[in-house]
Write a protein that binds this ligand. Structure first.
Ligand SMILES: [Zn+2]
Length: 148
């Protein structure tokens, strides 16, 4: 077996500590949302990924024992897409040092953003950007009037 089977409590604590947001600093997507109109159902796209995988898995560290591999310290919370990308080629492009750095950055980011308002909605940003362009175009095309 190449994947680490984290316990339910480790997976749950890891997801909560990450605020259900992917810990890849270039991703940070939400992994949990309502599924359709049924408020009792959610769509969940998060994964507990092993920083150092099992024998034959990504980033295997022969110096770790089974309990260390299954510990929350050896897990990072990622969206399903980032989980897959970071595990390709046995994690060759995403070494353990990178994932540990992401996890640490994410921990600080979550703490720093607790109870803070997130960016304004994309549509509102687009409207503001369009309004700014119109203002700039208008002012650039209007000839300056000189008072005599
Ligand atoms: Zn992600």
């Amino acid at each position: 077996m190449t994947a680490i089977d984290f316990s339910k409590s480790v997976k749950s604590a890891l997801a909560q500590r990450a605020a259900y947001i992917c810990a890849n600093p270039d991703c940070r997507c939400l992994t949990l949302t309502l599924a359709g109109d049924d408020v009792s159902k959610v769509a969940y796209r998060g994964r507990a990924v092993a920083v150092c995988g099992a024998d034959g898995g990504p980033r295997h560290d022969a110096g770790m024992n089974g309990n260390q591999r299954k510990a929350i310290d050896n897990a990072i919370f990622l969206c399903t897409k980032c989980a897959e990308i970071t595990s390709r080629n046995k994690g060759a492009h995403y070494p353990a040092t990178v994932l540990r750095d992401w996890k640490e950055q994410h921990k600080r980011w979550v703490r720093a953003n607790l109870n803070l308002r997130q960016e304004e909605p994309v549509q509102l940003r687009l409207v503001r950007a369009a309004a700014l362009r119109i203002d700039n175009t208008a002012s650039a095309s209007v000839p300056l009037k000189r008072h005599k």
